[in-house]
Design a protein around this ligand. Structure first.
Ligand SMILES: Nc1ncnc2c1ncn2[C@@H]1O[C@H](COP(=O)(O)OP(=O)(O)OP(=O)(O)O)[C@@H](O)[C@H]1O
Ligand SMILES: [Mg+2]
Length: 440
């Protein structure tokens, strides 16, 4: 998918597909389905009413978008970004842009307060509030209801923007917001609101996240304090005043901090190595195939998973030694134990009774004895807090959810998994509806 000789892309670029206030999109005739997006040093607000040059903005915006899209791609969200070409240009999938701004808000502020009289600034939305704005500069990007968007029956790149496609974009928008929110929170920065755009990918005809997520796209408040805002709102707030060099210098400092911090977050999240690990203790090597399923489930979320063989009944001393080592290492590495023991499960309860590490029993069930054997995992002495999950894939998932509480990489992947679970059902239902000619 990636292009080898990036330096040549600028020479190879064809016609301008579209030039906006902050970017120019070029055709790449030698790379069908792809385009070159070059950012500009311009900062605009109120539909171009305010317009200034912010030196270095193209680079800072490109860096911020690159970091955010890389995080989302890593988590499993499809985006238009393919590669960074240089500091201010990217290679992207050419899209037929859907002319809608999808705005998600965690905190009420700005235009929301003007449009929703009586709502106090700072009111929090659970789940995040979703709003739709039609991209129409001439009419100041009017707000649309979901019903209006359905009624327009837009067609983009040959794809009808049907209620099903709107559902997908709504779900994706909230997932994307929550992922970016979680990422900024690792730096104690609150994501207040954010706008994104989708496009229909020219090559696949799929709806993907496109355009940018940069410092113009959101409100971010360090420590949740509005006075510390670092985003483009600082520029908007200068409306009506004489903009000085010192204003621009301050803005540049903010944008630079945002680009650098976004880079740090992306490096951290995209290191590919989870901070935690799962240790699967199996009572017998014959349980290995069952344990591999647990491991596969963990690996899917980027979690290191170690398999050990030990029997709490037959090698009690050894089990305690292994447990002591796991507990010692867990001082630095958040750990979950999954105990796999058939017949009588001593391993899980003994591990839970002798350590503070979360323990999940995942006994392999024999067809003959399952209903009797499972009681050794379910009926425990008092004071033991281990849980039991019979399906090995789900045991891995449960361990991942525990570790995700302290690991944003795992959390982001789990969050996308929630969306994909929803999508799978949605697609299956749509196929059946179509086959039966049933309206949703
Ligand atoms: N991958 C892509 N393929 C095709 N067009 C794209 C892609 N990414 C962004 N664009 C479009 O490039 C155009 C230029 O972007 P820019 O953000 O500068 O426009 P703008 O002046 O802000 O106008 P707008 O209000 O439409 O965003 C936008 O219309 C945007 O939707
Ligand atoms: Mg734009």
């Amino acid at each position: 998918m990636k292009v080898e000789n990036l330096a040549r892309l600028h020479e190879e670029k064809g016609d301008v597909i579209i030039e906006g206030k902050t970017k120019i999109v070029y055709e790449l005739p030698k790379h069908p389905g792809k385009c070159l997006i070059k950012s500009k040093d311009s900062i605009t607000a109120y539909n171009g009413e305010m317009k200034n040059t912010l030196e270095g903005k193209a680079e800072m915006s490109t860096a911020t978008t690159f970091s955010m899209f890389a995080i989302l791609e890593d988590a499993g969200i499809k985006t238009s970004l393919i590669q960074k070409v240089d500091k201010s240009s990217v290679l992207a999938h050419r899209c037929h842009m859907i002319p809608i701004e999808w705005v998600t808000r965690r905190v009420a502020t700005g235009s929301f307060l003007r449009r929703n009289e009586g709502v106090e600034e700072g009111t929090r939305f659970y789940p995040p509030k979703l709003e739709i704005f039609y991209k129409d500069d001439a009419n100041d990007d009017p707000q649309w209801s979901r019903e209006m968007l359905e009624a327009k029956k837009m067609v983009c790149g040959g794809l009808l923007i049907s209620p099903d496609e709107i559902d997908k974009m709504e779900k994706m928008t909230v997932a994307i917001f929550e992922i970016i929110e979680k990422c900024w929170q690792t730096k104690n920065v609150s994501l207040v609101d954010m706008k994104i755009e989708f496009g229909v990918c020219d090559a696949t005809k799929e709806i993907i996240l496109a355009d940018v997520i940069d410092n113009d796209s959101w409100r971010i408040w360090p420590s949740g304090d509005k006075r510390l805002m670092m985003d483009k709102q600082v520029f908007r707030n200068l409306r009506g005043s004489q903009i000085t060099a010192s204003h621009m210098e301050n803005l540049k400092k903010n944008f630079k901090w945002v680009a650098e911090t976004a880079g740090e977050i992306a490096d951290d999240v995209n290191s590919g190595v989870s901070k935690g690990r799962v240790v699967v203790l199996m009572g017998s090597a014959s349980d290995k195939a069952h344990c591999e399923k647990i491991k596969n489930s963990c690996t899917k979320f980027g979690i290191q998973c170690i398999l050990r063989v030990t029997s709490a009944h037959k090698g009690t001393g050894e089990t305690m030694k292994i447990l002591a080592k796991i507990e010692g290492e867990a001082v630095h590495i958040p750990t979950v134990i999954v105990a796999v023991a058939g017949r009588s499960n001593g391993l899980g309860p003994v591990s839970a009774g002798n350590s503070c590490i979360p323990v999940i029993n995942c006994p392999p069930m024999s067809s003959q004895w399952a209903t009797s054997d499972v009681w050794s995992s379910l009926r425990l002495p008092s004071g033991l807090g281990c849980s039991t999950i019979l399906d090995p894939e789900m045991a891995g998932l449960a361990a991942s959810q525990i570790l995700a509480q302290h690991d944003v990489l795992i959390w982001c992947r789990l969050r996308v998994q929630l969306y994909l679970n929803w999508l799978k059902l949605k697609v299956a239902d749509a196929e059946l509806r179509e086959a039966q000619d049933v309206v949703a």
